[in-house]
Design a protein around this ligand. Structure first.
Ligand SMILES: *Cc1c(COP(=O)(O)O)cnc(C)c1O
Length: 550
């Protein structure tokens, strides 16, 4: 802390104030200084006060927040609504200048610093979690598909005679549309099926296409790492080597790949043996912020500068601010802990799906280079009247979102003027219908799956209340009293009853929900140890499912 401030405080309080009283402020100041000095993601996450101290400071450095400032321009970061102003910490200038999304904005030094800091921290994270070879990256205030388009448009300047983008098929619309939006002609390379029914890059056909079209005519090869199973990540190493050999640019769609050490490893090793010009990832999928941003990264700073200067105009600073605040909150250790947890969740989810698959005599497909998404075949419905596509909505009704059912039914889909057979399966002819589930970052499969009691309408249920929280202090003879009720309400639902067996530790909730009682319900249980009056609170989650729709 500044000495004048300290002596003024001592004077005001008429006592000599110890350094400890200023310490918490000094600690925060030092954290901020360290950040500016090293420009790396801190090891441990910061508390909210320090994050806000930094953001407020950045905000005060923008001209719209100067004590005396009269903006005579048409764009001066004005706010009509205080709600909007507060939501953005009074940061209103956005990032970049009219000609380059990474350029400094003299009227907005705080926002410019925000932009540089965020990009620097993101680079540190990408390097730390698997691609140390990365040279440069920047956050773009557009989602992944549009950032892919921006990269392709940059290549238009570099390769004015090229028109074809060689694309290893992945059935997600934005992956394909980014080529059409950039005004190029896609050359669709179907994936090929392995013996274990996983799907791989058809590298031979890519090689043949490159020969057929000739280097001059090809804008780039667009490959993908993170994708829905049973598709594997593309054969990045072979494609990268081919691109190096034939002098063809290579753009990699790594949409949710930062969270997968497998995808990151593929990028790192391929960048060492071959050519990758840029790899693009989503900020929301990897860093848990609202949709609206993506990160363009690469191994050649000059090419990345070309991309950022292709962006027309300024951009919103919100995606950068959200990512910066998130990274400061988590710290690199916090982020890595989430990545480890994700791996455990992936293994758990796969085990659970295998258990179900065994029960029904179907398969969980082994995807070596896809460690996020898992596919299970649905052959148990092959000779039944059940429409497998209904499974998705059945799961959605049970509060499971994101599971995807792909039915092999020869349906066709048209995007632009291109028609795809069996859209959704990454190939014209897949053998089986299947369902996919993803263990992405912050997917709490374990907790979600095991802590919910499923009960059914018009069917009796019977659940014991557990005393986990009290068990440490509970002696066998202690009397215990439970008070169960709907969370935040005084009573139980009319169809749910409570019974305790003679003050023993065994107490039960039982009953039978009526036909229209199908909804999720949280029951709060307060437990009181009547011997020492220690209390604990626990929430039991019930999911009431309609019996007919089983
Ligand atoms: C999410 C995703 C995209 C991009 O989607 P946007 O909506 O543009 O962010 C592209 N490819 C894959 C594989 C994705 O998962």
């Amino acid at each position: 802390m500044d000495d004048t401030f300290k002596s003024l405080v001592s004077g005001l309080l008429k006592t000599s104030v110890t350094d400890q009283s200023f310490e918490s402020m000094t600690t925060r100041e030092n954290q901020i200084k360290q950040l500016l000095r090293h420009r790396k993601c801190p090891k441990e996450g910061w508390d909210e006060s320090t994050i806000e101290l930094l953001v407020n400071r950045l905000s005060l450095m923008d001209s719209n927040n100067f004590v005396h400032n009269y903006g005579l321009g048409e764009r001066e970061a004005r706010f009509a609504s205080q709600l909007v102003s507060r939501r953005h910490y009074r940061l209103g200038h956005g990032i970049g200048r009219s000609g380059d999304i990474c350029e400094l904005q003299p009227k907005a030094i705080g926002s410019s610093l925000l932009n540089v800091l965020t990009n620097s921290l993101v680079l540190d994270v990408i390097q730390s979690v698997g691609v140390p070879n990365t040279r440069s990256c920047f956050v773009v205030p557009m989602a992944t598909g549009m950032s892919l388009t921006l990269c392709l448009l940059t290549l238009r300047h570099v390769r004015p005679n090229a028109r074809f983008v060689i694309w290893s098929r992945i059935d997600q619309k934005s992956c394909f549309k980014c080529i059409l939006t950039a005004g190029f002609i896609p050359v669709i390379i179907d994936t090929q099926m392995n013996d274990n029914k996983s799907l791989d890059t058809d590298f031979k056909t890519i090689e043949a296409k490159v020969k057929e079209l000739g280097n001059e005519k090809i804008v780039c090869i667009l490959s993908t790492t993170s994708c829905f199973a049973p598709r594997n990540a593309d054969d990045l190493s072979s494609i990268s080597k081919l691109c190096l050999q034939e002098s063809i640019p290579h753009i990699v769609n790594n949409a949710y790949g930062i969270q997968s050490s497998k995808c990151m490893h593929l990028l790192e090793t391929s960048s060492r043996v071959g050519r990758i010009d840029a790899f693009i990832q989503s900020t929301d999928k990897n860093f848990m912020v609202p949709v609206g941003g993506s990160i363009i990264a690469g191994f050649d700073t000059d090419f990345l500068n070309q991309i950022s200067s292709t962006y027309a105009g300024r951009g919103a600073s919100t995606p950068s601010l959200d990512v910066l605040m998130t990274l400061l909150h988590l710290g690199i250790n916090g982020y890595k802990a989430l990545l480890n947890e994700r791996k455990e969740n992936y293994n758990y989810l796969k085990e659970q799906m295998k258990t179900i698959a065994n029960e029904f005599n179907v398969n969980v497909i082994d995807n070596k280079s896809n460690q996020i998404s898992i596919a299970m075949t649905l052959n148990m419905f092959d000779n039944s009247s059940i429409d497998t596509t209904e499974l998705g909505s059945m799961l959605f009704k049970r509060s499971i979102s994101g599971a995807r059912v792909v039915a092999i039914d020869d349906k066709r889909k048209t995007i632009g003027k291109y028609e795809f057979k069996n859209w959704g399966s990454h190939t014209d002819s897949y053998s089986d219908s299947y369902i996919t589930a993803a263990a992405a970052i912050e997917t709490h499969v374990k907790k979600d799956v095991s802590d919910v009691y499923n009960i059914y309408t018009t069917q009796a249920f019977f659940v014991q209340i557990t005393t986990d929280a009290l068990s440490k202090s509970l002696a066998p003879g202690d009397a215990i009293e439970f008070i169960p009720s709907i969370l935040g309400m005084p009573d139980l639902p009319v169809w749910m009853h409570y019974k305790q067996l003679n003050s023993s530790h065994a107490a039960y909730l039982y009953g039978s929900p009526a036909l229209n009682d199908d909804q999720d319900i949280d029951i709060e249980v307060i437990a009181i140890n009547q011997y020492n009056y220690e209390t604990s609170k626990d929430v039991m989650k019930f999911r009431v499912i309609q019996r007919e729709s089983m």
